[in-house]
Design a protein around this ligand. Sequence first.
Ligand SMILES: Cc1cc2nc3c(=O)[nH]c(=O)nc-3n(C[C@H](O)[C@H](O)[C@H](O)COP(=O)(O)O)c2cc1C
Ligand SMILES: [Mn+2]
Length: 514
Amino acid sequence: MGVAAFTVSPARRLSRVPTRDLREWIALLEREGELVRVGVEVDPRLEVTEIVDRTVGAGGPALLFEHPKGSELPLLINQFGTERRMCLAFGVESLDDVADRLSEILELQPPEGLAAKVRGLKTLKSIADARPRTVKRGACHDVVVTGDDVDLGRLPVQTCWPGDGGPFITLPAVITRDPRTGQRNVGMYRMQVLGPRSTAMHWQLHKDGRADYLFTEGRMEVAVALGLDPVSAYSASAPLPKHIDEFMVAGFLLGEPLELVKGVTVDLEVPAHAEIVLEGYIDKEELATEGPFGDHTGFYTPAEQFPVFNVTAITMRRDAIYPSIVVGKPPQEDEWLGKATERIFLPAVRMTVPEIVDYDLPVAGAFHNLCIVSIKKAFPGHARKVMHAIWGLGMLSLTKAIVVVDEHVNVHDYQEVMFYVGANVDPKRDVVIAEGPLDHLDHAPTLQFFGGKLGIDATAKGPLEGAREWPPEIEMTAEVRELVDRRWAEYGIDTVPPASVRPIRQSSRRLLRR
Ligand SMILES: Cc1cc2nc3c(=O)[nH]c(=O)nc-3n(C[C@H](O)[C@H](O)[C@H](O)COP(=O)(O)O)c2cc1C
Ligand SMILES: [Mn+2]
């Protein structure tokens, strides 16, 4: 990013300031009619999952279980389960507004005129102000339990699915440091509770936390924050490049720096406002069997060896609230965390591959199984170029299948995409089979981590790609559509609503939807 370059686009106003901690967030959800308190005792073993599964499926509210069986701490779940709540979390009208804020930074251009210069400086300041701030005291240290008094059994940790290997902490922000550079990483990696003072640490093969672990000799310190403001919690799940501190991005998205405090038994900083913090260490050679776990793939991930996290301290706010999430057969609550990432990262994807117009990672494809991408096609083989770019781009490199369509196709309309896959594809000419890295959790490939990739070029083809003359698509003229719009009432056909005047390309979309 060039420091000398400034943005010229107007600074996008957030519709409201995002909330600063979990309690403010719960209060906001409650004011917005987006939260239900469940007063009766409910078992975090399976029962919570079944309730949440039904609630998520119905587009229902966040749930605060005030009396989870066997624990004093209330359990918050489904805080992210709808698009509206995800937007409330970021304080925006639409998730694309968050992307717009990021693209202001990514697309920094030399300013023209004073107003643009001032806006550019504001943008730069917002980056400078995003770095976390260390403070002396944090509410997360209201209660401190160390050594043998540590008992993870006090937390209402869910056993989510009947075949799970045990209870799993499912919504943690795991904080580590790169031993070579000291740079912080924050990742969301589930943690199976193995005993009162130990858990497994499920950082998968391609993740930054795992890289920090692999670079460490001997013992590494780890801190885990539970119960953050929703933007910071989201940031732990964001697929950022390794050298970028997730808490810095959270600060940028929040519009003010995150406040961190030094841990009580580790030399790591944790968010001062966290409801609960687990501190401890991982010894390089100490592994344990993790899983099985009912995963976001919709299948049980089989047991595998992962490092053991030994807990040296639990610190909490007074009356701490424990956050949880259930993953499983999609759609689940994590659908909207994934969609937020899809929207927020579009500008970054387009910075590297500017011919990309839009993309969609279908929830049913568990995000890594399928990517639909629309492009401004400019030359023969362009769709293939974009496929290979995606297979080389950050975490998108794990994508198994890619469908490429022309720019006018709405990638979020799967019916429309199917139409072009059917109509525009000669399987012999337009299908690419490649190989590459695959998601850690993908059970289908012959080998774990590595296997086949599928690319489908559903763009219109030209003669240089071996196609015959491409026929025109059927469209009604704008004049006749306007005429029919005008005269609609005269026809007396009440049951079918008249089409408003649409851009040419969208008329076929409407027909397809029927
Ligand atoms: C609810 C939820 C649970 C997740 N669980 C895991 C997990 O157990 N292991 C893992 O490697 N990634 C998991 N992820 C994905 C990571 O959080 C994501 O890849 C993130 O970018 C990792 O951070 P990193 O890029 O700094 O490694 C999960 C994501 C969500 C939303
Ligand atoms: Mn990271």
